[in-house]
Design a protein around this ligand. Structure first.
Ligand code: 1HN
Length: 345
């Protein structure tokens, strides 16, 4: 590879004149923005243990009333990006949110898309676009771009969930903003009931405008049962994996990030190919050792990690007598839409 000219090779008066006119020479920076063969990634393989997060989150519950926080969240920040950037990867934001019994997180809507993966506790609910979505461990609840959402808690113990947003991307695009609203009127009709059975679509006899997000809550008991049925149906199948999709279109449930549930059989080792998007893993049940080139990550129940794109990942179920269930989030829909998606095998 030929060496390109450096900035220091240029006379200072020429550099000063360029600067005055808001001009920059490309060649000294060309290799930095276009490195050979593999992109430079700030995203580092990083793990957040729930046992570290939980006491600090409960402490936040004592220190900061919900009225002073609106959303009481500790952000899972990737040190490779700088903690103050509050990003897990280039396009993904992760946060652990605490809601205490009786608390209320008021209604708002915003341009970034969000999902919640419930980590612990019973009795909380999120109302999204007028649909009241109860929250139980492992449930996935969508709050897609522009839809009103608010959280309440009628139970007796703290509830914690993992928020996954495409905030870093939407913010980078200078398209991130919110609007506060009134408490929503709850209507009847629940997507997880209407679309409870694969292959069977609700069919109105009169034309109705298609809703872009017909299913807002994906109960864990349904996803878990589907994984177990798949595993039993195809005992030789290597990867027992589901994608959370829009049941009307079969496309990814949201536009920018992809969401999946993965089951590892007892003791199973599964190699995932190097793909361009970064990926988040969160253990719903069981335990997994995750091998990436930089360091091994050991995840127990409720632990979360992020790995950069273009990285081969090997998962090993550390439980010999039980299956491990993992929630995954990645940037696949975004990469595919932009035409930069790669699977390097
Ligand atoms: C948000 O609206 C929520 O509604 C959680 O619970 C986390 C992080 C950044 C921006 C908006 C929520 C968020 C957020």
């Amino acid at each position: 590879m030929n060496d390109l000219g450096r900035l220091e090779d240029l006379p200072q008066d020429y550099r000063d004149e360029l600067k005055q006119h808001n001009l920059v020479p490309l060649w000294p920076s060309l290799r930095a923005v276009l490195p050979p063969k593999v992109p430079t990634r700030q995203t580092q393989a990083t793990m957040w243990a729930y046992q570290d997060i939980k006491p600090l989150l409960l402490k936040a519950g004592e220190l900061t009333p919900i009225e002073k926080a609106e959303r009481r969240v500790l952000v899972l920040a990737n040190p490779g990006h700088g903690l103050e950037k509050m990003q897990a990867s280039a396009a993904m934001y992760l946060g652990m949110q605490l809601l205490l019994p009786g608390e209320w997180a008021p209604s708002h809507r915003h341009t970034p898309n969000a999902v919640r993966m419930v980590v612990e506790g019973e009795g909380a609910y999120t109302t999204v676009d007028g649909e009241k979505c109860p929250m139980s461990r492992g449930d996935l609840i969508l709050t897609p771009t522009g839809l009103w959402h608010e959280h309440g808690h009628d139970g007796h113990a703290p509830v914690v969930w993992l928020d996954v947003l495409d905030l870093p991307l939407v913010y980078y695009m200078e398209a991130s903003y919110h609007i506060n609203g009134e408490r929503q009127q709850v209507h009847t009709g629940q997507g997880d009931r209407a679309y409870a059975h694969g292959g069977l679509l609700p069919t109105p006899v009169f034309e109705r405008t298609a809703r872009p997000y017909p299913m807002l809550r994906y109960p864990w008991h349904q996803a878990r049962a589907a994984l177990l049925a798949m595993a039993a149906d195809q005992p030789d199948q290597e990867a027992v994996q589901l994608t959370y999709v829009n049941p009307e279109t079969g496309a990814h449930a949201q536009n920018i990030l992809g969401f999946y549930a993965l089951m590892l059989r007892p003791g199973q080792t599964l190699r995932l190919p190097a793909r361009s998007p970064a990926c988040v893993f969160h253990v719903i049940e069981g335990g997994v050792d995750i091998d990436v080139p930089t360091q091994p990550l050991k995840l127990g129940e409720a632990d979360t990690c992020c790995v950069p794109g273009y990285t081969e990942v090997t998962l090993h179920n550390t439980k010999l007598d039980q299956s491990t269930f993992i929630f995954m989030a990645d940037e696949t829909p975004l990469h595919r839409k932009l035409g930069v998606y790669e699977n390097r095998g």
